[in-house]
Design a protein around this ligand. Sequence first.
Ligand SMILES: Cc1ncc(COP(=O)(O)O)c(C=O)c1O
Ligand code: FES
Length: 391
Amino acid sequence: MSILSVPVYMDYSATTPCDERVVDAMLPYFTRFFGNTASRIHSYGWQAEAAVELAREQVAQIIHAQPKEIVFTSGATEACNLALRGVVELYAVKGNHIITTKTEHKAVLDTCKALEKKGAIITYLDVDANGLIDLTALEQSITPSTILVSIMLANNETGVVQNVAEIGKICKQHKVLFFCDATQAVGKIPIDVLASEIDLLAFSSHKIYGPKGVGALYIRSRNPRVKIAPQITGGGHENNLRSGTLNVTGIVGFGKACSICMEELSTEQERLTRLRDRLKDGLLQIPNTTLNGHPSQRLPNVLNISFPPLNSGLLLSALNKSIALSSGSACTSGSLDPSYVLSAMGIDDTHARAALRFSIGRFTTEEEIDFAIREVNEKVTQLRNEGMFIG
Ligand SMILES: Cc1ncc(COP(=O)(O)O)c(C=O)c1O
Ligand code: FES
C-alpha cells in the first residue's frame, strides 16, 4: 500500500501544481533561449517569438479559437479587467449598461463596481437554488444601451456550469457582446467559443497545471470582429492590446499545459467524475449534510458540501493537518462572512457558514478520496459531539 503524503491536496480550484512536463518545457527558456520576442533583428528574439507563437496555437486550440485571437496577460484577473474595461471604454458611444450575475468571481464583480463609480450601469442577475441564471430574466434585462453580458462558465465555489451556448445565442440575437470568465472550466470540460457565440473569454494557466502569473483573453476576430481598448499601454505588444515584454517562459508553460489538458481531457473528465462521485457519496453519508449547487450540471472536479451547524473555519482548522481544503475562493478564505455565492443561491446563513469546497485534480487518487471521507467523517462527528458550533 502506498503512503499518503499529508495534508492531501483538495484545493485544485485555488491553484494546481505545475506538471513536470510543463516545467521541462519551460526550463530552456529561462537560460538558453532567453530572448525578448520584440527583438526582431537577431536569433535570440526569433527563437523566443517562435516559442510564443507555438504556445499561442496550443492555447487557442483548447477553446477552439484562432491563434491571432489570443492576447496573453498576467492571469485571468487581468484578462477580466481588460475585457470589461476595454469594452466599456470603446463602446461608450453605444451605451453603458452591463449585465452580470451575483455569483461571479471578484475579478468581475469588483471591476464592475469600479466601472459603476465611473458611470456604468450594472445589472446583477439573481441565480436559482441550483446556482443557474434565468435565461428569460437575462433577455428581459437587455436594453438599447446594453453593451456587454459578463457571465462565468463554471463557478469557482460550487463548480456549477451555466448554459453558455444559450446565453451566447441570446446575446447574438440582441447584438450585445458576451464575455465569459472560463477560468475554472478550461481544461476540465470541452469549450468551443464559436459554437457558444462567445466574443471574449478569460482563462488562466495556474488552474490547469501551468505556472502562475500568466493567462489569456480570447477576443473574437471572426464575424463579427470584436474590438476593445487596451488598458496597459507602452511598446505595443500583443497587437497593441497589452503592452509589456512577454513572459516567454510562462507563456511556453501555459501552452504546454493546454496541450496536455487537451490530450487528456476526455479520460481525465471520466476519471475525475468517478472520483468526485465517490467522494460525494461518501461525504453525503455523514448525517445532516447537503450538496450545494446543481446536482449534475457541474464541473467534474468540484463539490461544495455543508456540514451544519459547524462553522467552516473551525472545521478547516480541525482538518488542515490531514486535508488542504477551503470554504470557497482562496481570496476570501480569511473571511468569516458566509459566502456571497451561496447566499445568492438562497442558502441560509447556517448552511452557508458550514460549507466546504472539495476540488480534486490530476494527481488525486482513490486512496486520497477514501482517506478524505474518513477524516471528514471523524472530525465532523467529533466537533458535533463536542457541541463546537461556533468558529
Ligand atoms: C472564476 C475565476 N475567475 C478569475 C480568477 C482569477 O484568476 P488569476 O488567479 O489567474 O488572476 C479565478 C481564480 O481564482 C477564478 O476562479
Ligand atoms: S483570484 Fe480567485 S480565489 Fe483568488
